[in-house]
Design a protein around this ligand. Structure first.
Ligand code: ARG
Length: 608
């Protein structure tokens, strides 16, 4: 037995190293070993390690004993969870992470960490920078995000997709994945027949002279009115669709003109939100590929006739996919079948992420299930998920609309954000202390930051209420509070008159102080960053990073209130002494916060 035990420990200690700076990951590996040795027959024993919610119960806790006791009971050999906990405790392999464990209540295993394990992790933040948890494999990640429709208003749902998608892509890039951001524009379909026909009627010379269309929405409405009221126009519009799909050059040109007007509008939003490298690859991109998909499905005998349509049933969805309409045209389903195939087989995507509103959940379930049935991807090698999100509500808890009931234009929304953020800064008298340039930077940081943060800090699957009043509050889990907190922390070393360079040097030789309980609490909190990233990488719930960021800020405040970093002479105000170790904690806190901001797409400023 002892021989067997050692070999497992060796194997696991490798796993432990692979966890690198991920504290929870390391503990999980240690307890996995303990469980395996203590209960070799239980192959599915869950390793439940998490940070302790209550400080006096230690730093982390392992809650596996209760679950295992239930499993044993179900197998007919009941043991009390406390005894299970003791059994696990007795088999913890030797390691450099755990100082001691104790068992509490019905069988909680409370874990106390070694200080010598945490301090180098915090020092590392200063000497090596904020590092992600180690990656087991670099993957190709394809993110479908934003995806508004040409000639229609980009609405608040698309804004959510843009903000969430952007943050997920930043997260993926940070940990080292190869990310492709795709803007799946609605740029194809029958509405282009009417738009192009209307364009050709209004601007017959469009091939030589760019039509001066300012308001594409208005243009859309005009053509829709003609389409609905004029049979002759309608016929021409249908013929136009065929010519467009046939690739007739002059018609393609008209289509491009219309798409370009919309894209220019969309790009203004992306520029303001600092969304870069978003590849416009709309539904039109898949036209030829849809032909291939239909041929494939037809040849494989997967299509059924239904009232002139060709449909396909999928194992996990009651609603079949419509692959070909009765008029021979393709649908949203067809394009997403072709899209998925393309992303797996051409882009070689290993993880596909669709950031799309929850209303489309059944659509994606059916698409994914259909593609699995066809063997188009192997879920063991390719991970495909619909990252769904709820709707944005107005302060009246009804669907987000303007007073007159129209959709809110995103440009005006961002403009209002700017106006309100400037107002807030002026109320605080910041316009009196900041230069014009600094004020403008702060205004933009707060405006775009608060809109993004309000969205990201809510669990994305919930609906959320859009309220400038709420998001501009300077207390609670808001961008304003956090941006201020960050600026204040950054200014501490400035006030201490210590240069960033000096601190960086000092980090190599000065150890991080963890004797005071608040120092220890802060150090542990900072060391949790990699595990938060690791978890978010899996569940893609970005609010977990926001919650963590908020916790870092609060833990810092607790520390700073009682642990003096700078001692000043009461009379002269002159600096008498500086606690370099504590300043290092301040710097590490700021570095972690800055990295979180970066992943969330927020831009903190030096002064605000
Ligand atoms: N254009 C669609 C809409 O506005 C969203 C597209 C999402 N992506 C996709 N692959 N279906 O609802």
């Amino acid at each position: 037995i002892s021989h067997l035990k050692r070999s497992i420990v060796e194997e696991e200690s490798q796993g432990g190293d692979a966890a690198g700076n991920n504290v929870c990951g390391k503990l999980t590996e240690i307890f996995r070993t303990a469980l395996r040795v203590a209960y070799p027959a239980l192959t599915n024993a869950p390793v439940a390690v998490q940070p302790s919610q209550v400080e006096k119960f230690g730093d982390y806790q392992c809650n596996s004993a209760m679950i295992i006791a239930q499993q044993l009971k179900a197998q007919g050999s009941p043991v009390s969870p406390r005894v299970v906990a003791q059994q696990i405790q007795a088999n913890i392999p030797s390691n450099d992470v755990i100082e001691k464990v104790d068992i509490a209540g019905p069988g909680f295993i409370n874990i106390h960490l070694k200080k010598s394990f945490i301090t180098p992790l915090v020092t590392g933040i200063l000497t090596q920078g904020v590092l992600p948890p180690p990656l087991s494999k670099k993957r190709k990640v394809v993110i479908d995000m934003s995806s508004p429709n040409i000639a229609k208003e980009m609405h608040i749902g698309h804004l959510r997709s843009t903000i969430i998608g952007e943050s997920i892509s930043r997260l993926m890039e940070f940990v080292g994945h190869d990310v492709l951001k795709v803007n799946h524009l609605g740029d194809w379909g029958t509405q282009f027949g009417m738009l192009i026909t209307h364009l050709a009627d209004q601007f017959p010379n469009y091939l030589n002279e760019s039509p001066p269309i300012q308001d594409l929405q208005k243009f859309y409405k005009e053509s829709k009115v003609r389409f609905d009221g004029d049979e002759e126009f309608k016929k021409r519009a249908y013929k136009m669709v065929v010519r467009l799909q046939g690739g007739e050059p002059s018609i393609i040109k008209a289509w491009e003109l219309i798409c370009d007007i919309s894209k220019t509008e969309f790009n203004k939003i992306y520029a303001r939100l600092d969304v870069k490298n978003l590849i416009p690859r709309g539904e039109s991109f898949y036209q030829e590929r849809m032909n291939v998909v239909v041929q494939k499905l037809e040849a494989g005998g997967h299509l059924e006739f239904d009232d002139g349509r060709k449909i396909m049933f999928t194992p996990d969805s009651a609603v079949p996919l419509t692959i070909v309409k009765s008029d021979g045209g393709y649908t949203y389903d067809t394009s997403d079948m072709a899209t998925l195939y393309q992303r797996v087989h051409e882009d070689k995507g290993e993880r596909l992420i669709y950031v799309v509103d929850a209303g489309q959940a059944t659509h994606f379930d059916a698409i994914f299930s259909g593609c699995r049935k066809l063997g188009w991807y192997d879920p063991n090698n390719v991970r495909i998920e619909h990252v769904s999100f709820g709707v944005v509500l107005g302060e009246d808890k009804k669907k987000f609309k303007t007073r007159s009931g129209d959709v809110v234009k995103l440009v005006s929304l961002l403009d209002e954000g700017l106006r309100r953020s400037l107002e807030t800064l002026k109320e605080k008298g910041r316009d009196k202390v900041l230069t014009a340039e600094e004020l403008k930077a702060a205004q933009e940081s707060v405006a775009y930051g608060c809109i993004k943060y309000a969205d990201l800090s809510h669990r994305r699957t919930n609906d959320y209420i859009f309220s400038f009043d709420k998001m501009l509050e300077d207390k609670g889990n808001t961008a304003v509070y956090l941006l201020y907190a960050y600026t204040r922390i950054r200014s501490i070393s400035r006030k201490a008159e210590v240069l960033a360079e000096t601190l960086k040097e000092a980090a190599k030789t000065t150890s991080i102080p963890v004797e005071h309980p608040k120092e220890w609490k802060l150090a542990k909190c900072l060391a949790r960053f990699p595990e938060v990233i690791s978890r978010t990488l899996d569940d893609l719930f970005i609010h977990g990073i926001c919650d963590y960021l908020y916790e870092v800020a609060n833990t810092f405040t607790e520390f700073y209130e009682v642990c003096y970093c700078i001692v000043k002479n009461k009379q002269t105000g002159e600096i008498e002494s500086v606690d370099t170790g504590r300043l290092l904690l301040c710097e590490a806190t700021a570095a972690i916060m800055a990295k979180c901001f970066d992943i969330l797409g927020l831009h903190p400023v030096e002064k605000m």
